[in-house]
Design a protein around this ligand. Structure first.
Ligand code: EPZ
Length: 430
């Protein structure tokens, strides 16, 4: 078992390099199933969700080779399986993309329902299944396994009555080789949707409109391998932006697409932080206490729900009262209990958190309830007076590459510590 130990109160100064986008990579890697060929993929983040996805692909017959830092080759010519058991999907929410990719390739998929971040509530996939059905798929579920099969997938017009990243991606994966035209209405517009569309088009697909709410996919009969570089991680970048605003300092965050960060940039400026944009970097400066502001999460290009816990930490120390509303997920405030233990003043009213700024948080033992809640605990620890210990950091390792090295490089005092070993003394690792 490992935990993070943070001595708070140090400003962050210097440069941080952002890794490839987790939520793009977890869609692009299963998309390689759609061709029997070799792919070279760069800017692949070195995080647990990616190693889980690569492990699944390998067990199913693909060959994965590391070509260099964050660069891999995937060869799917030996890919054999259409079945993914629960032992492989349990740790990875995005394993549901194997349904769309296998269906798209073989018109048959059998995938155990995934695990991953739960936020304490149910995460339905009814929209994914309805979309597959619209393409002519028959779906049965038995013992937590979804079996989806069709004689031949046929393009269709699908209107999502709720914007869903996962359902949009899964339908794209299933439809690229279907017969005829598929039109996705009310599609998600997140940067990773566009990245997946670019990847699939390089493979020979015919996808138009990704990044708007109407995506048109004309099915093609063959796809092939390609070389690709994954976009930078919008949420990792946003997390460090907010960390700099909360802890104070002067932080340049490199390898980003500033346009993707705009909803975060706008809100940080509203709170009084300085944000300067460059071609592929942003610089965040902050000193002293910032001002309260209201946040409402929405699908892209709105404020991302995956930044909600981190931004809430910043607001706990801002002057005044802020209202944080999560309109994407019902149950994403579980982490608030941990912040209250650190001295934050937050009450939950329905889908909103009412945050009254306090002068300073105080270090405490806390846990990472899920990936972004864990990132929020790190930011809280960086700002708090005294020591913060974060347990269950396995969630943070799912989505943040080298977080300790990156933060130490800009002045934070954070270590990864093995435990329990109270008698022998904890073993510190850089
Ligand atoms: C993706 O999850 C991300 N995960 C999540 O990031 C992110 O929070 C979410 O999109 C919203 O931006 C990945 O990309 C792997 P949705 P996803 O389908 O696709 C409801 C992180 O921290 N819904 O867009 O599962 C659902 O309940 C993770 O990196 C249905 O009702 O989210 C939610 O209220 C956590 N039926 C809303 O839609 C469905 O079939 C949006 O969910 C599907 C979703």
């Amino acid at each position: 078992m490992e935990k993070f130990v943070i001595q708070g109160g140090r400003p962050l100064s210097g440069e941080i390099e952002i890794s490839g986008a987790k939520n793009a990579a977890v869609a692009i890697l299963p998309a390689t199933i759609l061709a029997k060929d070799r792919f070279v993929i760069e800017n692949v983040p070195d995080i647990r969700d990616i190693s889980s996805m690569l492990q699944i692909l390998e067990v199913m017959g693909a060959t994965v080779e590391t070509l260099g830092p964050n660069k891999i080759a995937i060869d799917t010519r030996g890919f054999v399986s259409k079945t993914v058991p629960y032992e492989l999907t349990r740790n990875l929410r995005a394993s549901y993309y194997l349904l769309g990719a296998l269906l798209g390739m073989y018109s048959h998929a059998s995938v155990a329902m995934p695990g991953g971040c739960n936020f304490g509530g149910v995460r339905p996939i009814d929209l994914h299944l309805k979309a597959f059905q619209a393409l002519g798929t028959v779906i049965t579920t038995d013992g937590g396994v979804i079996d989806a099969r069709a004689p031949r997938l046929v393009g269709a017009s699908v209107y999502f009555d709720k914007v869903s990243v996962g359902a949009t991606i899964n339908l794209m994966l299933a439809a690229v080789k279907a017969r005829g035209l598929t039109v996705i209405e009310n599609a998600a517009k997140e940067p990773h949707i566009v990245d997946l569309a670019n990847f699939l088009n390089l493979m020979g697909a015919n996808i138009k409109g990704a990044g708007t709410d109407e995506i048109k996919i004309e099915g093609v009969s063959e796809l092939h391998g390609c070389d690709y570089s994954i976009i930078p991680d919008q949420i990792e970048a946003g997390t460090y932006m907010v960390a700099a605003a909360a802890a104070g300092g002067d932080l340049t965050i490199k390898n980003v697409i500033p346009k993707h960060l705009e909803p975060i940039t706008v809100k940080l400026r509203e709170c009084g932080a300085g944000v300067e944009e460059f071609d592929d970097a942003v610089r965040v400066t902050a000193s002293g206490r910032l001002t309260a502001c209201n946040i409402k999460t929405l699908p892209h290009p709105g404020f991302p729900t995956d930044m909600q816990p981190q931004f809430t930490v910043l607001l706990t120390m801002c002057e005044g009262v802020s209202v944080v509303t999560d309109s994407v997920w019902d149950n994403r405030f579980r982490y608030v209990d941990q912040l209250v233990r650190m001295g934050a003043s937050i009450s939950i009213e329905g889908k909103a958190a009412i945050v009254t700024g306090v002068d300073r948080l105080k270090g405490a033992p806390v846990r990472a309830d899920d990936l972004r809640a864990g990132a929020a605990m790190i930011i809280a620890g960086l700002c708090a007076k005294g020591t913060t210990e974060i347990e269950d950091i396995i969630h943070i390792d799912r989505g943040y590459e080298d977080v300790v090295r990156k933060l130490r490089g800009v002045g934070a005092e954070i270590s990864r510590v093995d435990f329990p070993s109270p008698t022998a003394g904890a073993v510190k690792r850089a």
